[in-house]
Design a protein around this ligand. Structure first.
Ligand code: LHQ
Length: 254
């Protein structure tokens, strides 16, 4: 259900339930979580690329999963939440390639990527309100931060289906590319990040996430601590040496 493939320093994860538009089940979420934890532990993985198989990125929660039983959504969300936290706190860059529809929690997952590409035919819909639910998987947290409160209100209360171009204009994605070039472009971007100073990229990611809850004084303090850390990396040493020698740097992620 979650396919794994290595492309040098990039771990490519593909949501692979195409016959169900990669709708999310507990089992799929647990597989995704396990893959993310492996990515965290594995020093050879320096960037992650997440995409979907078939014509959708993900239709969100599989609405057939619970059948007729009254589901315990609060309990079920623990499986979503640990995936979201694993993505958000993974100190490695995450690229998401949105190959088709991203709806509900599928849209949330897509937005947790640090850099997001969409195929020209991809669509985005928050979807929750259409089935009488509240936003989850961190969408209530992330969406106003990405697009501002006013747009977030529109997207959550009305759930329009946005085209890739509309998503680009709102800043939900960073690039729109023709569908047949999506994976190639996303891999190119993920490889570029993987060959970069990935410790510094990971720490930058941490600073951005922490900035949401810190005062200015605290944010300045954390910048200083993490700059201390980045300043002690071999990559910083190499970056400065390469600059002086007027050549491209060779970063190792250490
Ligand atoms: C589906 C689904 C789907 C099952 C399409 N499940 N079959 C919620 C609950 C609890 C706790 C955890 O958190 C969550 C988080 C959530 O994600 S809630 C939101 C769940 N997702 C949705 O409500 C999205 C529903 N789907 C859609 O809006 C559309 O299907 C999208 C935009 C994904 C794709 O549209 P189309 O390309 O026009 O395809 P379609 O609508 O014709 O769907 C194709 C088939 O896939 C169809 O089945 P059928 O047997 O008629 O061919 C759909 O019923 C099925 N499908 N989404 N989430």
């Amino acid at each position: 259900m979650v396919e794994r493939a290595r492309h040098e320093g990039v771990l490519l994860l593909t949501l692979n339930r195409p016959e169900k538009l990669n709708a999310l089940t507990g089992a799929l979420l647990d597989e995704l979580y396990a893959a993310l934890e492996e990515a965290r532990e594995d020093g050879a993985v320096r960037a992650l690329l997440l995409t979907g198989a078939g014509r959708a990125f993900s239709a969100g929660q599989d609405l057939g999963e619970f059948g007729e039983e009254k589901p315990d959504y609060e309990g079920h969300l623990r499986r979503y939440n640990r995936v979201v936290l694993a993505l958000a706190t993974l100190e490695k860059p995450v690229v998401v390639a949105v190959n088709g529809a991203a709806a509900g929690a599928g849209m949330s997952l897509a937005l947790w990527g640090d850099l997001r590409l969409a195929a020209a035919g991809a669509t985005f819909s928050t979807a929750f309100v259409r089935i009488g639910l509240v936003p989850d998987s961190g969408l209530s947290f992330l969406l106003p931060r990405l697009v501002g409160l006013s747009k977030a209100q529109e997207l959550l209360y009305l759930s329009p289906r946005l085209s890739a171009e509309e998503a680009l204009a709102l800043g939900l994605v960073h690039r729109v590319v023709p569908a047949e070039r999506l994976l190639e472009e996303a891999l190119r971007m993920a490889r570029e990040l993987a060959e970069g100073p990935t410790r510094a990229l990971g720490l930058t990611k941490k600073l951005l996430l922490e900035s949401f809850r810190l005062s200015l004084e605290e944010a300045l303090g954390l910048e200083a601590v993490l700059q201390g850390e980045a300043g002690r990396t071999l990559d910083h040493e190499e970056g400065v040496r390469a600059f002086r020698e007027k050549r491209p740097p060779r970063f190792q992620g250490r």
